[in-house]
Design a protein around this ligand. Structure first.
Ligand code: UD1
Ligand code: CA
Length: 464
């Protein structure tokens, strides 16, 4: 089989975004724009991939960690043709075809790219380009054809005559070209046009002049080739992508009570018969098990959640693991590094950070659990605080199995409570407590009978 390579163009600034951030780094469904096109291309298993960067090159490179790609630097953005030439070294000695994509065209589908490749090989073309027929072709390069319907060239909007601007078939900016033809044609492209740029689409006219075969593939759904040039277009695309992600999960057996207010990143995985309520955001590498119930107003990032978990109304959960059957919320926060066993209950106004909590343990009300390990079947009373920070260092708390922590307890870390310990209510515990012991603070309790009535008399007329 012939070698197959990819060039992704991502050097432009994206002036119309009016942003300090390079356009291709603006997130779409939780991922930088250019990574969408890149992953569609990666699915074709290319032998070489070059990404052309320029504006914010370092930041773009950092956003792509892990992927095996070559970077080509385009110092000055002299046009799309010049950008592709910048990747020439990466394809030294390469004899196959190259797929060229734009970093700002994120919805392009693997199937479309495959269809282009196929046609390109079958027809033995020099260039196969993707086109679309648009009701509003404004801004795009137009595809010119002769009376027999053969492509005769591409004209950019800014260079087009009024008659040419009436053409509705546009260049989608996605090409397959044989490497040898591509680089030799590009070295002859000139910049004598309205924008003074080296246009990549000019290779079409160059190929035709050399009697090469130029083929087109028309994209079925024009949304696939939409580029992002403004923030409004980004929002539109975000919505359209969100709809298709929601659609996918509903087809896979997940109930979304209000798809309009459900935001699921592309990387998220959800088990079937899970029910998701309104105003829910599932972000990053979140994985949710089967038969879970998310009431709504939930903000989850990088969460791993077992089966049959219930997230009550209003939770903020980040970078943590929740075992099967656990119940979290309402109004609870899990911060990174928290690991909850099976059937753990974390109730309202409870915050956990780097907390490792064993099966069946409960902390149902008003509690801070930071840097703590708790065993199984323990109960943490309302208003328990692990005092893990003295202003200089963080310290750890360890609590055993079947421990009863009374309400309004402060545990001053570092500290360890053995198995079966009882902590009396309103205790401040500063020392380790051995297994099976009761710990309490000695305090004198006094009662003054009739005090309230006396006080009220005394204060009569003195308050506002
Ligand atoms: C381009 C096509 C146009 C097509 C449209 C489809 C050209 C001259 N025109 O126009 O026919 O209809 O795409 O979306 O190619 N880039 C660089 N370096 C540069 C210039 C651009 O890397 O010097 C990158 C941009 O970052 C972007 C891509 O190339 O990812 C496309 O550039 P852009 O300026 O957006 O081209 P369009 O005007 O949209
Ligand atoms: Ca564009």
């Amino acid at each position: 089989m012939q070698e197959f390579g990819v060039i992704l163009l991502a050097a432009g600034q994206g002036t119309r975004m009016k942003s300090a951030l390079p356009k291709v780094l603006h997130p779409l469904a939780g991922r930088p724009l250019f990574l969408h096109a890149l992953s569609a291309a990666q699915r074709l298993a290319p032998a070489r991939v070059a990404i052309v960067i320029g504006h914010g090159a370092e930041a773009v490179r950092r956003a792509c960690n892990g992927d095996a790609v070559a970077w080509a630097i385009q110092e000055k953005q002299l046009g799309t043709g010049h950008a592709v030439l910048c990747a020439r070294d990466v394809f030294d000695g390469f004899t196959g075809d190259i797929l060229i994509l734009s970093g700002d065209v994120p919805l392009i589908k693997e199937a479309t790219l495959r269809a282009m490749n196929e046609k390109h090989r079958q027809q033995k073309s020099a260039v196969t380009l993707l086109t679309a027929s648009l009701d509003q072709p404004k801004g795009y390069g137009r595809v010119m054809r002769d009376g027999a319907g053969r492509v005769t060239g591409i004209v950019e909007e800014k260079d087009a005559s009024d008659a040419q601007r009436q053409i509705r078939e546009v260049n989608a900016g996605v090409y397959v070209a044989s490497a040898a033809f591509l680089f030799s044609a590009l070295s002859t492209v000139k910049n004598d046009n309205q924008q003074g740029e080296y246009y990549l689409p000019d290779i079409v006219a160059i190929g035709l002049a050399q009697d090469k075969i130029i083929e087109t593939v028309q994209v079925a759904d024009a949304r696939e080739m939409m580029g992002v040039n403004t923030r409004e277009e980004l929002a539109f695309m975000e919505k359209s992508l969100r709809e298709s992600i929601n659609h996918k999960w509903m087809l896979a057996g997940v109930t979304l009570k209000d798809p309009d207010t459900t935001y699921i990143d592309e990387s998220v995985i959800i088990g079937k018969d899970t029910v998701i309520g309104p105003n829910t955001q599932l972000r990053g590498k979140t994985i949710i098990g089967e038969r879970c119930r998310i009431d709504g107003t939930a903000f989850l990032t990088d969460m791993e959640i077992g089966d049959d978990v219930e997230l009550k109304f209003s939770v903020m959960l980040t970078g943590s693991r929740i075992g099967a059957g656990a119940i979290i919320g309402p109004f609870a926060q899990l911060r990174p590094g928290t690991e909850l066993g099976r059937n753990v209950h974390i109730g309202n106004f409870v915050e956990a950070k780097a907390a490792h909590i064993g099966d069946g343990t409960k902390a149902n009300h008003l509690t801070y659990l930071g840097d703590v390990t708790i065993g199984q079947d323990s109960n943490i009373g309302a208003g328990t605080i692990t005092c893990n920070y003295d202003g200089f260092h963080k310290y750890k708390t360890k609590i055993g199995d079947r421990v009863q922590v009374g309400s309004d307890t402060t545990l001053v870390a570092p500290i360890e409570l053995g198995d079966d310990v009882y902590v009396a209510t309103a205790s401040t515990v500063r020392h380790d407590v051995p297994a099976g012991a009761l710990v309490f603070n000695q305090r004198e309790e006094k009662i003054r009978e009739g005090w309230t009535e006396q006080k009220r008399k005394q204060m009569k007329g003195k308050t506002k």
